[in-house]
Design a binder for this molecule. Structure first.
Ligand SMILES: Cc1cc2nc3c(=O)[nH]c(=O)nc-3n(C[C@H](O)[C@H](O)[C@H](O)COP(=O)(O)OP(=O)(O)OC[C@H]3O[C@@H](n4cnc5c(N)ncnc54)[C@H](O)[C@@H]3O)c2cc1C
Ligand code: FES
Length: 283
């Protein structure tokens, strides 16, 4: 695949409007851009600080929402880049490149969608439900505990699970357990409705969602999070192992997460290698 910046992607400045926590671990960043970008749920943007504080590599973040010229992201502080983002104040300037990557599938009449988000995997599935959600589409969100849930973002369409039941507000409902198990409980095994799962979150969640979908005969798309350098296919720093039926000797190949993904059909991922960073030396 050629490393060509997608036509729809724009490089622009973003002025910080707000940068506030929406739960104990998640922060919402609203940026006012130079122009209004289009985006499809599942796409992401590469974000960086401006000026001397800028990082060598921008950081990828799924797009939560775009309203006119305001781009919204949801992030968790995990390292240097996100720590610096946490310090941003209104009127600080950022650089933004996006939208990038392949989005989740568009809605089709015959396939209700099951959205599964874990922790910071919420933005792309939240964006899909917000933009496309119909009566039969269901949203499931899993968090560590009640304090980690961005309750104000989750309306009645969302079912919530928590690893630990602490801090769940008295007027909200959360089931204790893993979010794919909540999906299995809520949609009976006798239900014969064909469905399409869209999942984003930690690798064990993605594997469990893919396994559940396979067992139920549902289709499944997963959005993967890899370290990224460029965001559009130039650096090859973001590869994930996918099944390659044309390459009969190896049976798999490296696919760029930024360009061929981040959304992949679950059955195309080589789950025996995915998440292992030594996979390129396996026979
Ligand atoms: C397509 C895509 C969408 C993403 N969307 C979001 C989002 O909506 N919200 C959000 O908070 N994060 C998201 N991420 C992850 C985000 O890019 C990383 O958390 C961020 O780059 C970390 O930067 P840092 O400098 O703070 O951490 P670093 O100092 O670079 O790393 C700190 C820790 O985080 C791990 N890490 C860093 N980058 C990633 C990554 N890309 N995937 C998995 N682990 C990583 C490192 O291994 C290390 O353990 C997304 C990643 C991708 C590829
Ligand atoms: S991030 Fe550079 S090729 Fe994917």
């Amino acid at each position: 695949m050629n490393a060509i910046l997608p036509d729809a992607a724009m490089r622009c400045s973003g002025r910080v409007l707000t940068n506030n926590p929406v739960s104990s671990g998640l922060i919402r960043l609203d940026l006012e851009l130079d122009a209004a970008p289009g985006f499809e749920p599942g796409q992401f943007a590469m974000i960086n600080l401006k000026g001397t504080g800028a990082f060598v590599f921008s950081r990828p973040f799924s797009i939560l929402a775009v309203k006119e010229q305001v781009l919204s992201l949801l992030y968790r502080v995990v390292g240097g880049g996100t720590s610096a983002m946490q310090q941003l104040r209104p009127d600080d300037q950022m650089t933004v490149l996006g939208p990038l990557g392949r989005p989740f599938a568009a809605p089709t009449d015959e396939l209700p969608v099951v959205l599964i988000g874990g922790g910071v995997g919420l933005p792309p599935v939240w964006a899909w439900l917000k933009q496309n959600g119909r009566a039969d589409d269901l949203g499931f969100f899993g968090a560590r505990d009640g304090a980690d849930v961005p309750w104000d973002l989750l309306d009645e369409k969302w079912r919530v699970s928590v690893d630990n039941h602490q801090y769940v507000p008295a007027d909200r409902i959360a089931w204790q357990g893993l979010v794919p198990d909540l999906v299995a409980r809520e949609i009976s095994a006798d239900d014969n409705q064909p469905r399409l799962v869209m999942a984003c979150g930690p690798i064990p969640l993605l594997k469990a969602a893919a396994d559940l979908a396979r067992d139920r005969g549902w289709q499944c798309q997963v959005s993967l999070e890899e370290h990224m350098g460029c965001g559009y296919g130039a650096c090859k720093g973001c590869v994930v192992p996918v099944i390659d039926l044309n390459n009969t000797a190896a049976g798999w190949r490296n696919a760029t997460c930024c360009q061929e993904g981040p959304v992949f059909w679950a059955e195309t991922i080589d789950w025996s290698r995915y998440g292992r960073h030594d996979f390129d030396v396996i026979d």
